[in-house]
Design a protein around this ligand. Structure first.
Ligand code: MG
Length: 272
């Protein structure tokens, strides 16, 4: 049996124009494509994001991941970040967002996870859709109707996150599980991308640059040129073939009659 989704992926990261350290880290290797945005003084953020990526890198090479495997990796990463305080990195914390290759009844599914304010988007049929919901103070203000998403991009409180791995947070990750379609392009990024570029510009680049590495490089460079107020990290994952409802891999030019509905539901406590 082969992996239910065959992917091409790439990542890019840049310290940006204002920061001294790049505290972001990423992993782009099947079956896992994730971004971690570290926080905390005295190199703590860099240590925290690197620690989480190191723990999840143990999952590279599996064909698929279950939500249980992802949750176990998250738990072990969280306990490792918790011990960083004993090495002079008190307050170390990090976000984590991304997507794993999963399977349901032999079909290819995306398993998206998020904790904090890094983001995972799906670009499909020319539309960019944010899958994850930020764990942030400004997201709460948006939910309450106090500010608009556009205002949130420049709000002075935009860096306050309400859940993290470490940094004193015990908040859990959110998960989404939905069928993959051939041609899907998943984007995982730190907030250094989305606070500098509009969704419209991000969608334009994703639509016009088929090579995932070039698309990641262009988005990262544009975010730095647009201000680069934060570290910028971009991971792009393309679904080249997906195990379809016929139980076979479908090439990009053979799948026009595949069922187009894509049910999507956030996994609540019942799935945990
Ligand atoms: Mg950031």
């Amino acid at each position: 049996m082969s992996a239910p989704i065959i992917t091409a992926s790439a990542g890019a990261t840049d310290v940006g124009a204002r920061r001294r350290l790049n505290e972001d880290a990423f992993l782009a290797a099947a079956p896992l494509f994730i971004v971690a945005d570290g926080m905390g003084g005295h190199d703590a953020g860099e240590l925290a994001s690197a620690t989480v990526i190191e723990h999840f890198s143990r999952l590279i090479g599996a064909e698929t991941l279950s939500i249980g495997e992802v949750r176990d990796a998250l738990a072990s990463a969280r306990s490792a970040v918790g011990t960083l305080g004993h090495h002079g990195a008190a307050g170390a914390g990090t976000t984590l967002s991304g997507v794993a290759i999963a399977t349901v009844d032999g079909l290819g599914y995306w398993l998206v996870l998020n904790i904090g304010d890094s983001r995972t988007y799906q670009f499909a049929d020319g539309q960019l859709e944010q899958i994850t919901v930020d764990h942030s103070y400004v997201q709460e203000l948006i939910d309450e109707g106090e500010i608009t998403p556009e205002q949130a991009k420049t709000d002075s409180r935009r860096n306050i996150i309400t859940r993290a791995i470490g940094a004193g947070s015990v908040g859990d990750a959110d998960y989404w599980l939905f069928p993959a379609e051939r041609g899907d392009r998943m984007l995982v990024c730190s907030d250094g991308l989305t606070t500098e570029l509009t969704d419209a510009r991000i969608a334009e680049v994703l639509a016009s640059e088929p090579d995932p590495q070039r698309a990641a490089d262009i988005l990262t460079a544009e975010a730095v040129r647009a201000g680069g107020r934060d570290n910028v990290t971009v991971v792009i994952v393309d679904a080249l073939t997906v195990a379809s409802v016929r139980g076979v891999h479908v090439q990009a030019d053979e799948a026009d009659d595949i069922d187009d509905t894509r049910p999507r539901a956030a996994l609540d406590g019942g799935m945990r």
